[in-house]
Design a protein around this ligand. Structure first.
Ligand code: AMP
Length: 116
């Protein structure tokens, strides 16, 4: 079984987080170091360390991440203005927490996709 991170503790409510959505498959909470007016992380409740560890069995979970992202964007009032979904993988991707997570960022113009 994959090793747990602090995100599993957030799912189990063993450490505090501003949870905006949860169900049996995914949990979403505000990023502790927000980079935009809306910055929320959506994570599978199951530990999937990185995109490299995704299997066919996870396809329903991954689909749920997107339907929840769309719901959160609507709830946050950024559906029409726009937003960005980011999934980092490993060192060069800038992944700090080894529990698959999708960032949803919006509420201001986000500029170019990558810094030069
Ligand atoms: P990444 O760099 O893609 O792995 O993103 C990890 C994100 O987790 C960063 O944006 C952190 O600010 C965020 N983060 C780390 N610890 C916490 C926490 N306890 N509660 C909420 N967000 C966190």
């Amino acid at each position: 079984m994959a090793e747990e991170t602090l995100f599993s503790k957030i799912i189990r409510k063993e450490i505090p987080a501003d949870i905006v959505y949860e169900d049996g498959i995914v949990t979403a909470f505000r990023d502790i170091s927000a980079q935009a007016p809306t910055h929320i992380l959506i994570i599978p409740n199951k530990v999937i360390p990185t995109v490299n560890d995704v299997t066919q069995e996870d396809e329903a979970v991954l689909g749920r991440l997107f339907t929840v992202a769309a719901k959160i964007a609507k709830d946050e009032g950024i559906s029409e203005s726009g937003y960005r979904l980011i999934i980092n993988c490993n060192k060069d991707g800038g992944q700090e927490v080894s529990h698959f997570h999708m960032h949803i960022l919006g509420g201001r113009p986000l500029g170019r996709m990558l810094a030069k």
